[in-house]
Structures are given as structure tokens and as C-alpha cells.
Design a protein around this ligand. Structure first.
Ligand SMILES: [Zn+2]
Length: 232
């Protein structure tokens, strides 16, 4: 009996070893969460409402905990819709699902200035339909609002469109220069799907699979959970 138990134990160890060797040869999927955490007191664009999370049903008074969530449509990581820049613009629920997923290029622009230009992007798109711009905002993060955040210039917006980019994202709460450049904002929103408020600090430049799903809601923008997948 003891001999048999020993045999079974040995067999288990062999199986374990075989599985480990099998895993070594297989690609491992690395997942990056590139979404801001939604919480009260988080950084919002000046003039936007602060998120409120109120527990209206509490255990033990009631059988469940439930909360009322109050958010601006451009809170944290979000998608912008046409209605944001025009009363006749499309709403977030109308954006086709295919804009929210696919092969993606993260372009490292952390050593560029605050104004991203077309020449900064030259040769870096590699026919990607989804492009995320990692600027020096990622180094500074979302600690406090800075008016001098890195943003996209008109010639960079035009470069992205002419390169066939369908979805773009940036690592700040706005894509355009603070207080101006409304035409850049409108051009990007009308010609591409725009994600703002991405967290790219820990993401090296390169190729990924992007997945960013905003809430299906008929508004001028919608908060989204965005991730990047990388086979290593
Ligand atoms: Zn927005």
C-alpha cells in the first residue's frame, strides 16, 4: 500500500513538472490596467463635478449595500463623443464597438515637449488603427491639475488622421492645449474616437491589444475601463 501511495505521489510530481515545462513554451499574457481609479476627491478637469459615491442602502439596516454614484461624463478615463463639441454631434452609445478594441501602438513621447507635433509621430504609427500617446504627463501623473499638460497640436492631429488612425488616446484629462485649440479638439472627435485620462506610466512603448469599453449611455462622453494586453 505504501509503495502504491509513493508511486501516486511520484506521478503527481512528474505531471506538475511537465505542466511547468509546457507553460515555459507558451506565451504569457500581461495585462495593463490603464484606467484611472474613480473615487471621491480624484483629479477632475477644472469646472467638472467631483464624483460622489453615497451608500443609500446599508447592512445591517438593510440586507444589502448599494450606492448612488454621481459622475461627470468626462470623469477619469473616458471617451469623448461628438455631442461634446456640437449640439448635433453623436452620443457615446453611438460609437461603434470596433473603435474600442484591436491592435494598438503605444508611442513613447515622454522626451518630447508639451506640444506634440506631426514630426514627433513620424514613422511610429506602423499602420496601427489605434494609437495611444504616452507623453510627459505620464511621468507627472494625475496628482494635481496642471495647465501646462502635454497636448496634441493641429499638425499632429492631421498626421494621425492621414495615417489612418481610427482611435487615439492620451494620458491626460484633455487632448488639446489648455484654454484654446477648440478646432483641434473638434477635428479629433469628429474624425477619430478619442480616449482621455489614460494611465500609461507603467506601459513601455510598443505593440499591444487595446480594449476600452465606455458605458453605453447617450451622452457627450462616457467613463470607460481600458486595458492593454501583451503576449510576452
Ligand atoms: Zn472628455
Amino acid at each position: 500500500m505504501k509503495y502504491k501511495e509513493g508511486q501516486a505521489h511520484f506521478r503527481k510530481r512528474i505531471y506538475k513538472l511537465v505542466n511547468i515545462l509546457y507553460d515555459i513554451g507558451r506565451p504569457v499574457l500581461k495585462i495593463y490596467d490603464i484606467s484611472m481609479k474613480i473615487r471621491e476627491g480624484m483629479l477632475v478637469y477644472p469646472g467638472n463635478p467631483n464624483p460622489r459615491i453615497t451608500r443609500y442602502s446599508k447592512i445591517p439596516r438593510r440586507s444589502t449595500n448599494e450606492s448612488l454614484i454621481s459622475l461627470g461624463s468626462h470623469t477619469g478615463t473616458h471617451v469623448d463623443a461628438g455631442l461634446h463639441v456640437s449640439n448635433s454631434g453623436y452620443t457615446a452609445d453611438m460609437i461603434p464597438l470596433r473603435s474600442f478594441m484591436g491592435r494598438c501602438r503605444v508611442i513613447d513621447l515622454t522626451h518630447c515637449g508639451n506640444e506634440i507635433h506631426g514630426h514627433d509621430l513620424k514613422g511610429k504609427i506602423n499602420r496601427a488603427r489605434i494609437v495611444l500617446l504616452k507623453t510627459n504627463n505620464s511621468t507627472k501623473q494625475y496628482k494635481r491639475f496642471r495647465k501646462d499638460f502635454a497636448h496634441v497640436s493641429m499638425d499632429a492631429a492631421k498626421y494621425l488622421i492621414s495615417a489612418g488612425v481610427k482611435t487615439m488616446g492620451i494620458d491626460y484629462l484633455s487632448v488639446k492645449k489648455f484654454g484654446t485649440d477648440d478646432d483641434v479638439h473638434a477635428l479629433i472627435i469628429n474624425r477619430m474616437t478619442l480616449f482621455e485620462g489614460l494611465c500609461l506610466r507603467d506601459v513601455p512603448g510598443g505593440q499591444y491589444t487595446f480594449l476600452g469599453l465606455p458605458l453605453r449611455i447617450a451622452t457627450d462622453g462616457a467613463p470607460a475601463r481600458a486595458i492593454l494586453l501583451k503576449e510576452t
